[in-house]
Design a protein around this ligand. Structure first.
Ligand SMILES: Cc1cc2nc3c(=O)[nH]c(=O)nc-3n(C[C@H](O)[C@H](O)[C@H](O)COP(=O)(O)OP(=O)(O)OC[C@H]3O[C@@H](n4cnc5c(N)ncnc54)[C@H](O)[C@@H]3O)c2cc1C
Length: 566
């Protein structure tokens, strides 16, 4: 079933739901005119539909493999990557001084969503590159920027992120990779990294690894970690390629899905690396890449959910079964209609949250305003976790819509579920995202969260006359969230952490209700019907979730490990 990238959906969102005009009204992003924006969405959609979507099955059926130390990628991926690079899509938001387009991150997020729906395993490569580009722009020396950024932005070289080690997963501070000064400004990097996405390929000249390691005087934990640029091939000062660095792909993982993306065990054996950011300041530098990637990974979930929805809808409109009435196809059954409406409404909610997150990032970049920065920081764990949860749940529902055929690989419904599953795990598991939301993002005693709730309640209040059936429940849900947040910020961390996941989801539910309400107010009847489904059927979940939050940790921690094994 062909994928159709949802460019028109983004036009509606940008014009009517998230106020993209405020971004283009700034000096920084004034060039992103409506004409340019439309051209970007149209061209990106064309690339997704015509070039990338046909590669999706190739990645699954012909996984990347390691042959004599060289990673061989899935058929067509080299051409697909070249098309992405040649179109300038990697450096859309990168600094024009190095060959980027300097466009709002909001547009990059829209394009990444569409590319994820087309071919998730290939899209992960440019996503990693974008994160690395941003980290270098903010933290690298001018020499590193001059040498690496133009090649990364053009797609001649690509980038990876290397945090994870066998004993250091969520707890990055436990890493053991070492860095020792060579005395010539470079460092010798030694250690093993695991699960490294796109650690090598057979289509870019070079692969640039951003590696976290500890200097000899680095203290234990995250405060003693530094970040290094460790290229596969060491470039000469003029950018030509020099000698091979002492690093290698040891093996590729056999994964549940995302087969087109090579996931490697990497060995660094005194490999030459160059410091990015200050000594022992590696986590701050890597966080630039991780925050970018977190929004991007949330978007991967949403893009995949969109593709799974399109797939399921097409099947449901053809499959005849039971006394369906109307067209005679299963789309006429109320339960199938429920599944499809849920999928569509969830995608809209998650996408609106991610795009609002991107808008806040752009406004923070353009204005330097602390409130926008706080808004962006607050929304990042929500868009990552909710976007990927929606990806996993929607892909699972997509299988259900197909009935038995969903379990049969040839329909492709199962691939979405297998591919997207990792998105709730990598880039910080969704549990870690939720803990980030209730701890670090509430260090302001909830100020950024309450500011957002003020906006939601004001919008719901204003909509009460025109759309009372939708506005009232959104206002009340937001008020319940406010009260729960007031309770939450007064609790010890253990109690907050016990309720972190349901709290994040409740927050996302309320945000989803808010954006559906705006869509109903500014869109056609079809938008109102979808908003009604979301607000009447999905939004009420917030109340049960917040009841869980208020239970704190005591009942969970009262379950002993003996109880668990009994
Ligand atoms: C396909 C794939 C690609 C990847 N790509 C990359 C990459 O490119 N670069 C890279 O560096 N890494 C990458 N990773 C690694 C990924 O980021 C980690 O798997 C992830 O951070 C989780 O770490 P872990 O697997 O060690 O799980 P663990 O940290 O062992 O977590 C296991 C469980 O315990 C929970 N948990 C752990 N600590 C806590 C805590 N303090 N409080 C509450 N719960 C906790 C987790 O939420 C999870 O449910 C990739 C992984 C996969 C599978």
């Amino acid at each position: 079933m062909p994928y159709a990238a949802p460019a028109s959906e983004f036009r509606f969102l940008l014009d009517h739901v998230v106020n993209f005009d405020q971004v283009t009204g700034t000096d920084t992003f004034g060039d992103a005119t409506p004409d340019m924006r439309d051209a970007i969405l149209t061209e990106a959609a064309k690339l997704c539909d015509e070039v990338l979507a046909p590669l999706q099955r190739n990645g699954d059926e012909h996984p990347a493999r390691l042959e004599n130390g060289i990673v061989r990628t899935s058929p067509g991926f080299a051409e697909g990557f070249k098309a992405i690079a040649d179109g300038g899509w990697i450096g859309m938001s990168a600094d024009p001084a190095y060959g980027g387009m300097g466009l709002p991150f909001t547009l990059t997020t829209a394009v990444n969503d569409m590319m994820s729906g087309a071919c998730l395993s290939l899209q992960l490569n440019p996503l990693m590159c974008q994160g690395q580009i941003e980290a270098l722009e903010h933290h690298a020396s001018d020499a590193i920027k001059d040498l690496y950024l133009p090649k990364l932005i053009s797609g001649q070289w690509c980038g990876t992120m290397n945090l994870t080690e066998p004993q250091a997963g969520s707890d990055v501070g436990a890493l053991r990779s070492k860095a020792t000064p060579n005395g010539d400004g470079s460092y010798a990097i030694t250690g093993q990294k695991i699960y490294i996405s796109w650690a090598d390929n057979d289509f870019t000249e070079n692969v640039c690894h951003l590696v976290l390691a500890r200097l000899p005087d680095g203290v234990e934990g995250t405060k003693g970690i530094s970040l290094f640029m460790v290229p596969k091939i060491i470039p000469n000062e003029d950018g030509t390629l020099g000698e091979r660095n002492s690093l290698r792909v040891v093996s590729l993982e056999h994964k549940m899905g995302l087969h087109g993306s090579p996931t490697a065990v990497m060995e660094y054996d005194g490999a030459r690396g160059w410091l990015v950011g200050p000594e022992h300041g590696g986590m701050a530098a890597m966080f630039t890449m991780m925050n970018n990637a977190r929004v991007g990974v949330g978007t991967q979930g949403i893009g995949t959910a969109e593709a799974a929805y399109q797939h399921a809808l097409a099947y449901a409109m053809e499959r005849k079964q039971g006394r369906a009435g109307g067209s005679g196809t299963i789309v006429e059954h109320a339960d199938v209609r429920r599944m499809l409406a849920t999928m569509k409404a969830e995608v809209f909610a998650a996408r609106s949250i991610a795009i609002s997150n991107a808008i806040a990032i752009d406004m923070s970049t353009a204005t330097g305003d602390a409130a926008w920065k706080a808004r962006a920081a607050l929304l990042t764990p929500i868009s990552k976790a909710f976007g990927t949860d929606v990806g996993v749940e929607t892909a699972a529902t997509g299988i259900q819509v197909h009935g038995g055929m969903g379990f049969i690989e040839e329909t492709g419904a199962a691939q979405f579920a297998r591919d997207v599953r990792v998105t709730t795990i990598y880039e910080g598991t969704n549990g870690i995202q939720a803990m980030d939301l209730v701890a670090r993002k509430m260090m302001d005693n909830g100020e950024a969260a309450f500011a957002l709730m003020d906006e939601i309640e004001a919008a719901a209040e204003a909509a009460k006359e025109k759309c009372p059936d939708l506005a009232e429940p959104v206002w009340h849900a937001c008020e319940t969230l406010r009260e729960a947040t007031e309770w939450l910020v007064a609790q010890e961390l253990t109690d907050r952490f016990a309720g972190a996941v349901p709290y994040l989801r409740a927050f996302a539910r309320v945000l989803g209700g808010y954006y559906h309400l705006l869509a109903a107010l500014h869109g056609d009847d079809s938008r109102e019907r979808l908003a009604t489904v979301y607000i009447k059927r999905m939004l009420p979940e917030h109340s049960a979730l917040l009841a869980q939050v208020r239970e704190g940790a005591s009942d969970l921690m009262a379950i002993s490990t003996d109880d668990l094994v009994a």
